[in-house]
Design a protein around this ligand. Structure first.
Ligand code: H53
Length: 839
């Protein structure tokens, strides 16, 4: 079958208005049409999901012209493009965002009301693509939004996992994982492009040969070959015509049935290859950091990276006579080390397939890639046993050895006789079992290396990547993370958006620094009043949702104290629990104690194999149950664990929070991005000097931020001096009482063994120094309680927090990447005359 473009059919396409029109009447007609002709349903038999699908197709139609025009413009103008390689894209539901970005929310609301439904109900139908674990995947999604909004030519490449991050249920207080079948009713936002499939090799061996020109070459004879099929999703920018592509790869067998084996009587073996090939994109590994060193995970990484680089080369050669200028046309960003095998793969493609010599190939490769590091946790630095790596990718192994050999040759000249330096810098870890160090491969093969918050970058330079920093300081820079205000304010918090826009206009949505204008209204009592009313209404909505979801009644006038993020010991959800138990213990001793009534809200998933994280979830639920059933508390404390924290739920919870818990051990959280989302929505932060908290505090002002805990230097110093948590346990009576209460079985129906591992770990080990930070946290929380009692004062602080969050728009981050790393300019997309411009 010929699937290449056939130019004999070039003719003006007459576009039906129903596919492009943005007015209410046209949308109404289009909706009916799609319901009938795509869903195959009469309106009287249509389910909510049918209507959602019909609406989604109606909106997708409106994206397509923008998307195709964007691609055509990029081709014509021969632009430089950024390609964001990421094993995760946690994009969240598309519908509402596309409506906002197109500027047709109201029109669609009216059009939908004809069906007797509310638009919000249809929006709620969308199954969110959970193609990521947490911060890293969500950051990639925010960056796609900003890239399109800033009109930057970009492609996001990743994996189309059939099963995304598991759905979380809570049974008897424990996390239970349920398969995420996000594709079961179809995905209206994507378009499969089987004609652009590519093949990826695995296993086998290499051999050398001499080509027809007498050149000595290597070739890779694989064991098996897997097909990658691209699925494209348009990502529209806010009120611009740019719609970039997110291209996700699905794995399939090249031949789904092995007739040879079948004929030999091996009936099951005949489909082995199909099963193995399809497994590659089957499921997202549900570990945030550290990732698990599973072979299939490495296959996933290579699979999507090879597909993506082959795709780029194909697009490049469509436009250019050769790959000589590849690095001038593409900047490829490695989102953490997960895609860093790309360094070796691009070398392979250039040398083996396109017959470049080593030096030229290396020059192109090094000038193509840039690497973002997202973690300081030593256990999260990815490395793969040489045995697995070499078996799966024998040719890449040879190339990595050669890269390393040449690299170490240079190092030897710079640092003669320094064997320690050589072995620390080497891409191959030879200290015991041999490993490929992926961060080293990324550092050596990239023109730029960045951390994701100022402190994080400094710690990378001083510690984790210190030898590389000494070697090439010019490659290092900081790019503090950001989040998109389109999703995290406009879409998720329409009430606040309206209140802000009424005062300062709507420019802030694209220029978040403009929020500063709100400072003029801090002294306006009327504004503060309406600010509080809005917050109360949003909290009341969340209270209803909590009641529906978990059957717990919470009072919206209490302080909503929220910690939502992955469950991890370094994020210290259990420190939060120690505070709750402290308050509970105080109230038990003194029932008339005057405390600020609080609702503690938790959400987050634990990696299925992470015992301690799962035990923390159980602890939260157990404490919640006991407190809820204790009549002496009288509703002054409530604890809620909301299951299945995801993007959709995040959009509900950030706007409703009063207090944002950002309490990781200093030096452990690379940046955090939830911290930004809370603050933008008018919640105050209680936090340590960690990650982007430091910069948030700098921006909003120290007086508007609740700071506690050790600094990174203090953490290091204490560790170096031999940190002994028992000292805190024995010297702090209240802390001891709290830990003893948890350890006694009080929260576990008398079972004193249940939380023992957790309590003992704190008393005897405490790697994340909860006990050292306990008192400072408790004191700081007391300050929060008092501050909340003065609602006028609290509102001022909240307004100032929002007003000063301009820096944390992902637009700012992307501008910095564009200017300092990618060197890419915006490209305006002009729609043909017959397309109605965005409203
Ligand atoms: O990346 C976020 C940071 C956050 C960091 C997170 C992250 C992952 O989600 C997964 C792996 C990894 O190495 C790091 O923990 O601090 O905000 C985006 O940069």
């Amino acid at each position: 079958m010929d699937t290449s473009p056939d130019t004999s059919f070039v003719c003006p396409i007459i576009i039906e208005d129903d596919r492009t029109g943005l007015d209410t009447e046209t949308i109404r007609r289009a909706l009916r049409d799609n319901l009938l002709y795509i869903q195959g349903k009469l309106p009287e038999l249509a389910s909510k999901n049918d209507l959602y699908m019909a609406l989604a197709y109606t909106i997708r139609d409106r994206l397509l012209q923008r998307w195709l025009t964007t691609q055509q413009t990029y081709l014509k103008k021969d632009v430089r493009t950024v390609c964001y390689l990421s094993a995760e894209f946690l994009v969240g539901p598309h519908l509402a965002n596309n409506l906002i970005n197109l500027g047709i929310y109201e029109q669609v609301q009216k059009a939908v009301s004809e069906s007797g439904l509310k638009l919000e109900e249809l929006i709620a139908q969308e199954e969110e693509p959970g193609l990521g674990n947490g911060g890293l995947g969500r950051l990639a999604a925010c960056y796609l939004d900003s890239l399109s909004t800033l009109e930057i030519p970009a492609i996001g490449y990743g994996i189309r996992y059939e099963f995304g991050i598991f759905d979380q249920e809570i049974h008897d207080g424990w996390q239970v994982e349920i398969t995420d079948k996000w594709l079961q009713y179809g995905n209206p936002w994507e378009i499969a492009r089987p004609e652009s499939s590519v093949e990826v090799k695995f296993g086998g061996y290499t051999e050398s040969y001499t080509d027809e020109n007498g050149n000595y070459r290597s070739r890779w004879i694989p064991d098996y070959v897997v097909k990658g099929i691209p699925y494209d999703t348009p990502i529209l920018g806010y009120r611009v015509n740019t719609a970039n592509t997110m291209r996700l790869w699905k794995s399939e067998a090249c031949e789904s049935f092995d007739f040879g084996r079948f004929n030999r009587g091996d009936y099951y073996g005949a489909v082995d290859n199909k099963v193995h090939s399809e497994n590659i994109s089957k499921v997202l590994y549900p570990n945030d950091e550290p990732i698990q060193g599973k072979e299939l995970r490495l296959e996933q990484q290579y699979f999507f990276v090879s597909c993506s680089l082959q795709d780029l080369i194909r697009i490049h050669l469509y436009e250019n006579p050769s790959l000589d200028n590849f690095h001038q046309k593409w900047s490829v960003q490695l989102n953490d080390t997960h895609p860093s095998v790309g360094v070796a793969e691009l070398m392979r493609l250039l040398i083996d397939v396109h017959h470049f010599d080593w030096d030229k190939a290396w020059f192109i490769t090094q000038n193509t890639f840039a690497y973002t590091n997202h973690t300081l946790l030593p256990e999260a630095l990815e490395k793969w046993p040489l045995s697995i790596f070499g078996r799966l990718f024998p040719r890449l192994m040879e190339i990595i050895y050669e890269i390393n050999y040449r690299f170490l040759d240079k190092i030897r000249i710079i640092y003669p006789h320094d064997d320690g330096k050589m072995s620390r810098l080497s891409i191959i870890d030879e200290s015991g079992e041999k490993y490929v160090r992926m961060a080293h491969l990324a550092c050596v093969g990239s023109q730029a290396i960045n951390g994701v918050a100022a402190l994080h970058t400094e710690l990378l330079k001083k510690d984790v990547l210190r030898d590389f920093y000494e070697l090439f300081p010019e490659k290092f820079s900081n790019k503090t993370n950001g989040v998109t205000p389109r999703r995290w304010m406009v879409s998720s918090n329409p009430r606040l958006t309206f209140a802000i826009t009424e005062k300062i206009g709507e420019n802030w949505i694209k220029h978040l620094e403009d929020l500063r204008g709100l400072e003029n209204y801090v002294d306006d009592g009327g504004f503060r009043d309406s600010w509080r009313r809005i917050k109360y209404d949003i909290k009341a909505d969340l209270a209803n949702y909590i009641d529906k979801k978990v059957g717990i009644k919470v009072d919206p006038s209490t302080l909503f104290d929220v910690q939502v993020k992955r469950i991890h010991e370094y994020k210290r959800q259990h420190l939060n629990v120690l505070h709750i138990v402290t308050l509970y213990h105080r109230l038990k001793n003194n029932p008339n104690l005057d405390i600020t009534p609080r609702t503690f809200i938790f959400g987050g998933k634990a990696a299925p194999g992470y015992f301690m994280a799962k035990l923390i979830i159980k602890l939260i639920n157990s404490v919640a149950e006991v407190i809820d059933n204790d009549p002496t508390i009288g509703g002054r404390l409530k604890v809620v664990f909301l299951p299945d924290y995801n993007v959709t739920f995040g959009q509900r919870v950030y706007p409703a929070a009063d207090l944002s818990e950002q309490i990781s051990t200093a030096g452990k959280e690379a940046s955090g991005t939830g911290n930004m989302k809370f603050s933008m929505n008018g919640s105050l932060t209680i936090g340590t000097l960690d990650g982007a908290n430091i910069e948030i505090r700098e921006e909003v002002g120290a007086e508007n931020f609740f700071l506690f805990g050790l600094t990174t230097e203090e953490v290091y110093a204490k560790k170096a001096a031999g940190y002994n948590p028992q000292e805190y346990y024995y010297h702090n009576e209240e802390l001891r009482a709290v830990l003893d209460l948890i350890g006694s079985g009080f929260f576990s129906r008398g079972d004193s063994s249940l939380f023992r591992p957790l309590v003992d770990n704190l008393i005897y080990n405490d790697p994340y120094m909860l006990l050292a930070d306990y008192q400072s946290y408790i004191d700081c929380q007391e300050g929060v309680g008092w501050a909340y009692k003065d609602q006028e004062h609290w509102s001022r602080l909240a307004i100032l927090n929002v007003a000063r969050m301009g820096k944390f728009s992902s637009d700012r981050s992307i501008r910095e990447y564009c200017e300092e790393i990618w060197r890419i300019q915006p490209v305006k997309i002009e729609l043909p005359d017959y397309i109605q411009a965005n409203a």
